[in-house]
Design a binder for this molecule. Structure first.
Ligand SMILES: O=C(O)CCC(=O)C(=O)O
Ligand SMILES: [Fe+2]
Length: 468
């Protein structure tokens, strides 16, 4: 099947200068045909043997004991065995090591700082949907082979605009948009009954329920879900992981949502590995896979319905309204599935905003802060925002936030290079007024000291405190 897909995708990758009115070069958005990423011998069993290498040689050794020698398989979408939730080596006791409180939020409640880094690794997601649909898997080893020429284009795009348009991904975009419309058209009470306890926990997010920046009212409603802990007979392993809270949708819609979650995680994992060059000072694809392992169990899929500015006039009167405040995504990669309304914009390195095209059947992939830091600042996490639709229109989107493992840290040398790059760029466009993982002015070497999960938790607490 894979071979057929490859044969069908013989055409060379098309690169389109895609941001409206913009010439190629910085900011141009390559159209990446994911099926052309595959070579003709992806399935050799020898390449499937998975021996995760050590990622951070300088990290405390306890961190490495959490690893399993062979990836455990947990298939919550099908059979929910509880038996795979352990590491093959004994787990160390919870960290009593010094926990440097995040310097990001001096005013944060102290509970925020009590998180520990040594939570057991969550079970891995086994992409259990038919392999013909997926071609890419999350918990299997990096068995994709990538064409060198395509790889070069992928990396160039990630380094320049940080935005990719992806086709050939196998996702039924229209079908997923249909599910989103059905979900948001449920009666208000049904949606509210599926509310989570905060924006980062799963479930329904009412209009005004969160905002990236406190000065804006983000006029949208949302629904957040992820890896099905509720089917796994396991306790969530960190404060962001949680069981899904489903509104009353029929089971085929739920299955479609869960299958799409897997597909987008698989896509993001494959692209992340491809972005790990394995050159001097770079992560190898296997190290990237190791860094991502388990991240899928608390990664978030967020559905949005954006409303035009004239709706809900009673909410936060006088506050400027937007769809999504200017921000970078904090994690590794973001996968966006959108309808054709438009509104997503990225800011180029000179500070100019550009529309990201909203074309049928495409997925958009954005580089996040963590990927940028891991690459030593080589890859660019674009500042972006979402404008509200015009009166009479609504916009629907799905946004996958792909997180690395909770206890991930950035190797010190990469974080130093990323810091240096950030300082260099600071002379150009400023990131003031932009919500980023590590705010401007703070040294990115912080990412080598502090786990991704702890930083993320503090960030999410901020976002949900910005309720209308
Ligand atoms: O809805 C979209 O297209 C993107 C939203 C976004 O950037 C985000 O939620 O981080
Ligand atoms: Fe975003």
């Amino acid at each position: 099947m894979l071979r057929e897909a490859i044969a069908a995708a013989a055409a060379a990758i098309a690169v389109a200068a895609a941001i409206a009115g913009q010439s190629r070069g910085e900011g141009a958005v390559p159209l990446l045909n994911i099926t052309t990423l595959l070579t003709s011998q992806p399935d050799r069993p020898a390449e499937r043997a998975y021996a995760p290498p050590r990622l951070h040689t300088s990290a405390p050794s306890t961190r490495h004991q959490l690893r399993t020698s062979t990836p455990p398989r947990l298939c919550p979408l099908h059979t929910p065995p509880a038996t795979h939730l352990h590491a093959s080596t004994p787990l160390p006791p919870p960290h009593a090591t010094s926990y440097a409180p995040p310097r990001l939020h001096a005013s944060a409640p102290s509970t925020r700082h009590q998180l520990r880094t040594s939570t057991p690794p969550p079970p891995r997601l086994h992409a259990s949907a038919p392999s013909t649909r997926h071609q890419l898997r999350t918990s299997t080893p990096p068995h994709l082979q990538l064409r060198t020429s395509t790889l070069g284009r992928l990396r160039k795009a990630a380094a320049s605009s940080g935005v990719l348009r992806v086709v050939g991904h196998g996702v039924d975009v229209d079908g997923m948009l249909d599910v989103a419309r059905r979900l948001f058209s449920l009666p208000e009470d049904d949606k509210l009954a599926a509310s989570g306890s905060g924006g980062f926990s799963r479930g329904y997010i009412p209009i005004g329920g969160e905002s990236g920046l406190a000065q804006f009212l983000e006029l949208k409603e949302g629904f957040c879900y992820g890896w099905p802990w509720e089917q796994a007979n396991a306790t969530p392993s960190n404060p962001i992981a949680a069981a899904n809270t489903w509104p009353p949708l029929d089971s085929s819609a739920k299955q479609a949502l869960l299958a799409y979650f897997e597909q987008s995680i698989a896509l993001s994992s494959a692209l992340s590995r491809a972005l790990a060059g394995g050159g001097r000072g770079e992560l190898t694809p296997a190290e990237m896979a190791e860094l991502l392992a388990g991240g899928e169990t608390y990664s978030l899929m967020r559905l949005f319905r954006y409303l035009p500015a004239d709706r809900e006039p009673q909410l936060a009167r006088g506050k400027p309204r937007t769809g999504s405040s200017p921000h970078t995504d904090w994690h590794v990669l973001t996968v966006i599935l959108q309808d054709r309304t438009g509104g997503l914009q990225v800011r180029d390195k000179r500070g100019k905003w550009h529309d990201v095209p909203a074309l049928a059947g495409e997925l958009i992939v954005l580089v996040g802060d963590y990927m940028s830091a891991l690459s030593g600042g080589v890859y660019h996490a674009p500042v972006h925002r979402v404008l509200l639709p015009e009166a009479g229109l609504e916009r629907y989107s799905y946004t996958l936030f792909h997180y690395p493992r909770f206890d991930a840290t950035v190797p010190l040398d990469a974080s130093r290079r990323a810091s240096k790059k950030q300082r260099r760029l600071a002379g150009g466009t400023t990131r003031t007024g932009v919500n980023t993982l590590v705010p401007p002015g703070l040294d990115l070497t912080y990412l080598s000291e502090q786990t991704f999960g702890n930083l993320l938790h503090a960030k999410w607490l901020d976002v949900v405190s910005n309720r209308a």
